[in-house]
Design a protein around this ligand. Structure first.
Ligand code: TXA
Ligand code: MG
Length: 320
């Protein structure tokens, strides 16, 4: 099996992208699988590599706020305020697109997802390119998002030319996705930017997380971000008791210590830090999925701050 070259050379990444090849890029949220967003043939390779259904649209990444006006017709004032406040950062805005964005990128929808990621290597790459980058998370469709270059190599290395290695992702959860309908600001996916942070700038917003396989819903498929092993969420003691005959992977949060015979225990954060938990969640799920545990049990976090986004991912990981 062929593997991707891993390195930190902007020029090499640029050469492959110009040749319509796929390059994995680091961002502060998760690694992305990037191609020229204006080139339908290059974009099609993303869907092929991820085995992603074409009804699931891609986020377009640019180097700065002003760049979006090349690709969108207008920006609602509250969304503009959010962009000014949080970009570069873990915020994706759904905005009315211009016709230079290929249909494949938006799955034929009228809006395009735009984001300025906060990673020095990727920002430099974007400034060096004459086109924006379409990039979903760099994992096979439905699986856990990658937060390290090696995660990308292990799963998609044979389908990618180059992995731009920017180290571990500092946030570890995907961007928060926001748009506007009839003047109302709506959060479609909770992510690295918390609801409190959004509301401190935008005022009250509506949270509309879809839990279906409705193709119009922004990728919020009920089962997503999921390991191959079964995942159960709930009270850890009850779950340990229920599955005590099995070899368990246990993911918990905070000071309480758990043990069960033959189990592997991972603590998202001993000090109950949501940030630390967000940063570790996907790595822990992967480690347990790659280990010899039979099933994974997880504790939910308090429903506040980044805990909301983390719980959203846990629910989807546990959905069948
Ligand atoms: O943090 C992130 O957002 C990462 C990094 C690489 O930027 N990207 C990412 O992309 O998570 P992806 O494709 O794995 O998830 C993006 C979600 C998808 O579920 C997709 O359905 C939704 O955003 N989305 C993108 N464009 C959309 C659009 N025009 N309308 C509705 N939903 C959209
Ligand atoms: Mg994804």
């Amino acid at each position: 099996m062929s593997v991707a070259i891993i390195g930190n050379k902007i020029d090499t990444a640029k050469e492959f992208l110009i040749k319509q090849q796929l390059v994995a890029i680091p961002t502060e949220t998760v690694y992305g699988l990037a191609a020229n967003a204006l080139d339908g043939i290059a974009v099609a390779k993303i869907f092929e590599a991820k085995e992603r259904p074409t009804f699931d649209p891609l986020i377009v990444h640019v180097s700065e706020l002003n760049e979006i006006f090349k690709y969108v017709t207008n920006v609602h004032p509250v969304l503009l305020k959010l962009a000014k406040h949080f970009w570069p950062g873990p915020l994706t805005l759904l905005l009315p697109r211009k016709s230079n964005i290929p249909d494949l990128v938006t799955s034929g929808l009228d809006r395009v997802g735009m984001r300025v990621p906060n990673h020095p290597l990727t920002l430099e790459l974007l400034r060096n390119l004459e086109f924006p980058l379409a990039a979903p998370s760099a994992n096979p469709f439905g699986y856990i998002s990658p937060t390290k270059a090696v995660h990308v190599q292990n799963q998609l290395g044979d389908k990618i030319s180059y992995i731009l290695d920017g180290g571990d992702c500092s946030i570890g959860l995907e961007s928060t996705i926001i748009g506007e309908e009839d003047g109302e600001v709506i959060i479609y996916r909770l992510g690295g930017l918390s609801l409190d942070q959004i509301e401190s700038v935008a005022g009250r917003v509506k949270v509309q997380l879809n839990q279906s396989s409705n193709p119009k819903a922004p990728g919020q498929l009920k089962s997503h971000y999921a390991p191959k092993k079964p995942v159960f969420i709930g009270n850890i003691n009850e779950l340990i008791n229920r599955y005590r005959k099995r070899r368990l992977g246990i993911i918990h949060f905070g000071k309480t210590h758990f043990s069960a015979d033959n189990s592997v225990v991972k603590n998202l954060s001993e000090t109950s830090s949501f940030k630390e938990a967000a940063n570790r969640l996907f790595s822990f799920l992967r480690e347990l999925d790659d280990s010899d545990v039979e099933l994974i049990i997880c504790e939910m976090l308090p429903e506040e701050g980044l805990g909301l986004a983390i719980n959203d991912r846990l629910r989807r990981a546990a959905a069948i």
